[in-house]
Each structure stands twice: as structure tokens, then as C-alpha cells.
Design a binder for this molecule. Structure first.
Ligand code: G
Ligand code: MN
Length: 319
């Protein structure tokens, strides 16, 4: 008979519903106790950080992950104010970021359309550089309402991401209906992509879709160098994951060795590589005359688009 191994770190016991409900009451009165962790999103054409996802970190006790907190908040009917609080954090962080960095915040479709979130967004002069990451699975019949609700926010500069794409039965329909600027390929597609031609085929399909619709695919959950190299080979534009940066309290650049590795991989693709077939020729970008002063290094990456060039092109045809 085997002995059960003793965990190296104490495992938090799953909090009970009343414990979480009490915790929710507490954070509702002290929203400043919710912390924001930032996880970098890396532009694989340039090997640099081009944005950060803002992740909620709730106080302990009760010791529970953000998913458990948000599920409990949903059950209590108080998720929108919590999510609004994270939007406030994201907007504050966005103002502190370099101009060519976006800040992405997770929102359930219900919360985007809620009065409290709409009020927070209405107070902003503009929403450029803010990405609304839509997290929840939703019935397709709601997509039209959601799309209509998102339209004025997009008018004001906000961008939309479909989170965890490929993990739910409906994410392709959502992509078609909502026409997001970003498609975040779920970690389950990325883990082991270097060894699994089927995962690679699905990711390549997403990359082709993105290229044809001027969207960006973010490969989520990149943990190994081999996975990073595989997503670069497949022509995925952006990546996120523990290999590139864990969620941290402060924004951090990509370590120099990783940045050099990404650039070397891109250079090694060559003119006839998979990337060259998938990614349209980069446009040379002049310094932007728009509100935000995007800089662009696409001339150095030749055939690969970088994130800022697409954003400029979308917002200012003729770039
Ligand atoms: O669904 P969404 O993409 O918003 O999930 C973000 C969560 O995924 C965060 O809690 C973050 O800590 C976790 N995460 C981010 N990158 C990785 C990774 O490379 N591996 C694993 N296992 N989790 C990750
Ligand atoms: Mn997310």
C-alpha cells in the first residue's frame, strides 16, 4: 500500500458557500482589498511585451481562486460590481502604461452590459488601449444584444477579445458574431502543441482566420519553449503564459534572452516558412498622427505584422 505524499505547501480547503458569501460582503465594503496582477502578452513579431492582462486576486481568508470568487459573486448576484472594480483598476493601469501597450480586463457578457460597468466606462474620455476580454459562455441568441452593447464602446476605442477560445462548444459562433479584435486560444489547445499535429492544425486555422479578418490570436498558457516555438511557426501573432511572464503586481518587460530567442525564431522562419505563407507583408508605418503615439518596428520584421501596425491600420486606413 502506498503512503499518500505530504503536500509541500498546505492546500487550502475549499471554502464553503457561507464563507465565500461573508468574504464577498467584506470585499464589497472594501473593494481596495482586491488586488490586480498583471500578466504580459508578447508580440511574437518583435519579441516585446505589447499588453497586459489584468487578473483579480482576492484577499484571504477565505482562500479561493478568482474563479471561485466570481462564481460565488454570480450566485449572489453581485458579480457586476466586482467586475466593475477590475475595470477601474485596468483603466488606472492603462493610464500608467507605455502608450503602445494595451490592458485587457476579464468581463462576463452580463457585466459588460450592466449599468455599473457602463457607468465606469462612460466616465472615460476615450477607451483606446482597453481590451474587454469576454469570458463567459453565452447562448448565441444573446450575441446580437451583446454586439449592440459593445458597439458604442468600440466606437470609443475599446477592443474586444474572446477568451478561452476553443474550450467551449460555442466559441466559433461567438467569434463570427462578435468579430473580436483578439481571439485568445485556450490553454488546452496550446499545451503540447509542439507534439500534437491536431492541436497545431486547430491553432493554424485560428491564425488563418485572424490574418484574414485583421484580428489577433493570443496563444494562452505557453509554458515551454517548444510550445512557444511551435506557435511562432504556426503564425500566431501574440502569446501569453508562465514562460513569458507570470501574473505579477508590477508590469515587467520580457527577459532579454526570451526576446532574443523570439526574434531568432522569427528570423529563422525565412521567406518560405509557414509564417511567411500565413502572415501578410508588413506595412511600413509612419509615426502615428493619432491620439496615441504608436511606434512601429514592422520594417525590421519584414513579412510579419506587429500588433501596433495592425491597430494603426484598422484605425487609420492608409498606414
Ligand atoms: O481564462 P483566462 O485566460 O482569463 O485565465 C487566466 C488564468 O490563467 C490566470 O489565473 C492565470 O494565472 C492562469 N495562467 C496564465 N498563464 C498560465 C500558464 O501558462 N499556465 C497555467 N497553468 N495557467 C496560466
Ligand atoms: Mn482572460
Amino acid at each position: 500500500m502506498w503512503d499518500m505524499p505530504t503536500p509541500l505547501t498546505p492546500q487550502p480547503s475549499t471554502p464553503t458557500a457561507p464563507e465565500l458569501a461573508a468574504g464577498l460582503g467584506w470585499v464589497a465594503r472594501h473593494p481596495e482589498l482586491i488586488e490586480a496582477a498583471l500578466q504580459p502578452v508578447v508580440d511574437l513579431a518583435r519579441g516585446t511585451v505589447c499588453g497586459y492582462e489584468v487578473l483579480a486576486r482576492f484577499p484571504s481568508p477565505p482562500a479561493a481562486g478568482p474563479d471561485a470568487w466570481l462564481r460565488a459573486a454570480g450566485a449572489e448576484g453581485v458579480s457586476a460590481p466586482l467586475e466593475a472594480q477590475m475595470v477601474v483598476r485596468a483603466l488606472t493601469l492603462r493610464a500608467e502604461m507605455p502608450e503602445d501597450c494595451f490592458v485587457a480586463v476579464n468581463l462576463s457578457p452580463h457585466a459588460v452590459l450592466s449599468e455599473v460597468v457602463q457607468q465606469v466606462l462612460a466616465l472615460q474620455p476615450g477607451l483606446e488601449g482597453l481590451v474587454l476580454e469576454l469570458t463567459e459562455r453565452m447562448p448565441v441568441e444573446d450575441c446580437a444584444t451583446l454586439r449592440a452593447g459593445l458597439a458604442p464602446l468600440r466606437e470609443r476605442g475599446a477592443m474586444v477579445a474572446i477568451d478561452d477560445a476553443g474550450s467551449g462548444y460555442d466559441s466559433l459562433r461567438q467569434i463570427l458574431e462578435l468579430r473580436p479584435e483578439f481571439v485568445k486560444a485556450d490553454r488546452s489547445l496550446v499545451t503540447g502543441v509542439d507534439r500534437d499535429p491536431r492541436r497545431a492544425a486547430v491553432l493554424q486555422t485560428l491564425a488563418t482566420y485572424a490574418q484574414r479578418t485583421d484580428a489577433w490570436v493570443v496563444a494562452e498558457g505557453v509554458e515551454r519553449l517548444e510550445e512557444l516555438d511551435a506557435v511562432i511557426r504556426l503564425g500566431i501573432g501574440l502569446a501569453q503564459g508562465y514562460l513569458l511572464g507570470r501574473p505579477e503586481a508590477l508590469s515587467a518587460p520580457l527577459p532579454v534572452e526570451l526576446s532574443q530567442h523570439v526574434r531568432a525564431q522569427v528570423a529563422a522562419q525565412g521567406e518560405d516558412g509557414a509564417v511567411a505563407r500565413l502572415v501578410e507583408p508588413a506595412t511600413r508605418c509612419r509615426p502615428a498622427r493619432r491620439r496615441r503615439n504608436w511606434s512601429c518596428a514592422c520594417s525590421t520584421t519584414r513579412r510579419r505584422r506587429c500588433w501596433c501596425s495592425s491597430t494603426i491600420a484598422a484605425a487609420r486606413p492608409g498606414c
